[in-house]
Design a protein around this ligand. Structure first.
Ligand SMILES: Nc1nc2c(ncn2[C@@H]2O[C@H](COP(=O)(O)OP(=O)(O)OP(=O)(O)O)[C@@H](O)[C@H]2O)c(=O)[nH]1
Ligand SMILES: [Mg+2]
Length: 310
């Protein structure tokens, strides 16, 4: 069993992030009702056949003090840490870095070096182009490089208004615990050359990304659009007990794309393959042919998945 901890100040958004990960659709109402977490909330999940326990460390001052007073009991033995910072709350940057310092100092004393994913959260889509917040985030990243001799540190910008950003951060964190996972993305990058694809991705049933390829410079809004389309497709597949769903849609600029979602079954584990290509509007036959071609890559994909779940 592996242990994942979500740590950060009160109001940083830890429970909201976990809610997005566990619900993925229809989480808005639940998030609007969230109360501060009391002590530590735990839940369990399975990924690639491995049991995980996820710990949500309530961040109010009295709890933080308790964890730091008794760190061996609370903080030791974590396989992966997500440290969540409210990127909009500049007034508390010093306080949150101070808390992170204390956690890392303890881990260092213990010679316990779990990978650290630092999430600059509440980085909402409309803020992504704003200079001030980008500059401030950069300053913190630079300040934290002092830990990179001891810890593997990874930075992410996330927002509940961009589900994909949260799933990416969580999936990337998990991938640090599964060495072979990167083989899937490598295969997709290789495949993309033959398929002129916009995106190829493989998800577990809970939406965790096992591997993915995106066309370089794909716009954030286009990514979000494709991901939302994928979530709808997955819902439909489950509701109608299907193994394949094809669809066609257009981006805001009018360019059309076609895609398919296919369920790959391994014993009682299901995986979802998402394949998105540009639509050839003059010749839809070409598009259909291209979508069919993905079948020929399946044996290789299945071979890698088998290695992953062994
Ligand atoms: N703008 C914005 N607000 C967010 C985002 N994520 C969470 N929030 C809001 O932040 C507030 C705090 O969220 P929580 O998830 O309860 O924070 P927490 O880190 O779990 O807090 P504690 O349980 O006290 O440690 C809520 O009002 C959320 O609606 C985000 O991505 N963007
Ligand atoms: Mg909470």
């Amino acid at each position: 069993m592996k242990k994942i901890s979500f740590i950060g100040l009160d109001n940083a958004g830890k429970t909201s992030i976990i809610t997005v990960i566990t619900k993925r659709f229809g989480f808005e109402e639940e998030i609007s009702k969230l109360m501060p977490t009391r002590k530590i909330a735990r839940d369990a999940f399975k990924f690639l056949g491995v049991e995980f326990i996820r710990m949500d460390f309530g961040g109010q001052l009295q709890y933080r003090e308790e964890y730091l007073k008794n760190p061996t009991k609370y903080i030791s033995g974590t396989d992966l840490i997500f440290y969540v910072i409210d990127a909009q709350d500049y007034d508390r940057y010093v306080e949150t870095i101070d808390y992170l310092d204390k956690v890392l100092l303890f881990l260092k004393e213990e010679q316990d070096y779990p990978p650290m994913c630092i999430l600059f959260h509440k980085f909402d889509p409309q803020l992504t182009k704003e200079k001030v917040i980008n500059q401030r985030i950069l300053t913190i990243k630079q300040a934290l490089t002092r830990y990179s001799n001891d810890f593997d540190i990874f930075f992410f910008e996330t927002s509940i208004y961009d589900i994909k950003s949260i799933m990416d951060a969580f999936s990337s964190g998990l991938s640090l615990l599964f060495e072979k996972m990167e083989m899937v993305s490598q295969l997709f990058a290789e495949m993309s050359k033959n398929y002129n694809s916009i995106m190829i991705a493989l998800f577990d049933p809970k939406g965790i990304t096992i591997g993915e390829y995106y066309r370089p410079h794909l716009h954030l809004l286009e990514k979000m659009r494709i991901y939302n389309k994928y979530i709808d497709a997955q819902k439909k597949i489950i509701a109608e007990n299907r193994t394949l769903l094809e669809f066609s849609d257009k981006f805001e600029n009018g360019d059309r794309y076609s895609g398919l979602v296919e369920v790959l079954k391994f014993g009682n584990l299901d995986f979802y393959l998402l394949f998105i290509i540009e639509e050839d509007e003059q010749n839809l036959g070409n598009t259909v042919e291209m979508l069919n071609k993905i079948e020929s890559a399946k044996p290789q994909m299945e071979n890698i998945i088998l290695q992953l779940i062994q």
